[in-house]
Design a protein around this ligand. Structure first.
Ligand code: PSU
Ligand code: MN
Length: 301
């Protein structure tokens, strides 16, 4: 694996760094908005004095921190594959280029010594998982990696109550950022409760420090809702959700194709509305991740 000079210098100097995933870029957002979004996430962090570390595998090299050309390639090249944690070793051995999911990004970022990671929504338990066994490897990966992941919960294409149950089973701490309710990604409030509420980046850092003191090497999940006035129209949301699930079922989509299929369907059939919400949500998580990383770096000094 290779850590970019910008990222390794920042880490060595104790300056703030935030990891970013690339599957959201390659397979979660449509071209050409995906590249704009990927660049804007990095720019937002740099403007806040935080070093971005976008993660991907490029020609078999697991990279933490991409060049502008590498970021472009991940966004634009349709042959870029989707890599979860279990795919990293074969992708490296066989010199493949791929985008990393939350699971794979968290693994590589944690190995690089990065403590904060911002994304849009995490993977979780799919609806019908009792039959299909489709549960994202994100959950199991986060259970074993000391990294704080900022997300807006998980998309309602998933079974959110089951996802929260699995997070509990896996001992993954969930913190509501200025909320006691789990956010539903497009919707600010899924209606499901979260036990722990924090009010500031400093609160999150205090939780991270307490986990370290206990030698708990697992993720802290910060659930950051988008402001209610910017959420997707709930009626549009419910209609498209039902259609998306039916379409996936009818076409027999399985395995790692399920999540990209549902996300693309949603984007196509909300007339672009969900795309704007999606980018808003991820942007909010990048900003908060930057604040947490900054507070963490301050504390370490
Ligand atoms: N959820 C989103 N947007 C995304 C993803 C999930 O709202 O882009 C991506 C992330 O990279 C996540 C992956 O890690 O999908 C999960 O895929 P799977 O369900 O196949 O584990
Ligand atoms: Mn799956």
């Amino acid at each position: 694996m290779s850590i970019s000079a910008a990222v390794s210098d920042a880490l060595a100097a104790g300056r703030p760094v935030v990891a970013l995933e690339s599957t959201i870029v390659a397979h979660g957002l449509p071209r050409p908005r995906n590249l704009d979004a990927a660049r804007s996430f990095e720019r937002l962090l740099r403007d806040a004095g935080v070093t971005p570390a976008t993660v991907a595998v490029v020609d078999g090299v697991a990279r933490v921190g991409l060049t502008a050309a590498e970021l472009e390639r991940i966004a634009e090249d349709p042959s870029v594959v989707k890599l979860s944690a279990r795919d990293l070793a074969p992708a490296m051995a066989l010199r493949v280029t791929g985008a990393t999911t939350v699971a794979a990004t968290a693994l590589l970022a944690a190995r690089a010594g990065i403590r904060v990671f911002s994304t849009g929504g995490i993977g979780g338990v799919h609806r019908g998982a009792a039959r299909s066994f489709d549960e994202s490897a994100d959950l199991v990966a986060l259970a074993g990696l000391p990294i704080t992941v900022v997300s807006a919960g998980a998309k309602s294409v998933l079974d959110l109550p089951a996802t929260l149950e699995r997070l509990e089973t896996l001992n993954i701490t969930v913190l509501g950022y200025r909320t006691n309710r789990y956010p539903g990604f497009y919707l600010a409030d899924s209606g499901l409760p979260i036990d722990w509420r924090v009010e500031s980046a400093e609160d999150v850092v205090a939780v991270m420090a307490a986990q370290d003191a206990l030698a708990l090497h697992r993720a802290v999940l910060v659930a950051n809702p988008l402001p209610a006035e910017r959420q997707l129209d709930p009626r549009l949301h419910d209609r498209v959700l039902a259609e998306a699930l039916a379409a996936a079922d009818q076409r027999g989509v399985t395995g790692k194709g399920v999540t990209p299929f549902l996300l693309a369907y949603f984007q196509e059939h909300t007339g672009g509305a969900s795309l704007e919400v999606n980018i808003d949500v991820a942007t909010g998580n990048v900003v908060l991740g930057g604040q947490i990383a900054t507070a963490w770096a301050r504390r370490e000094r």
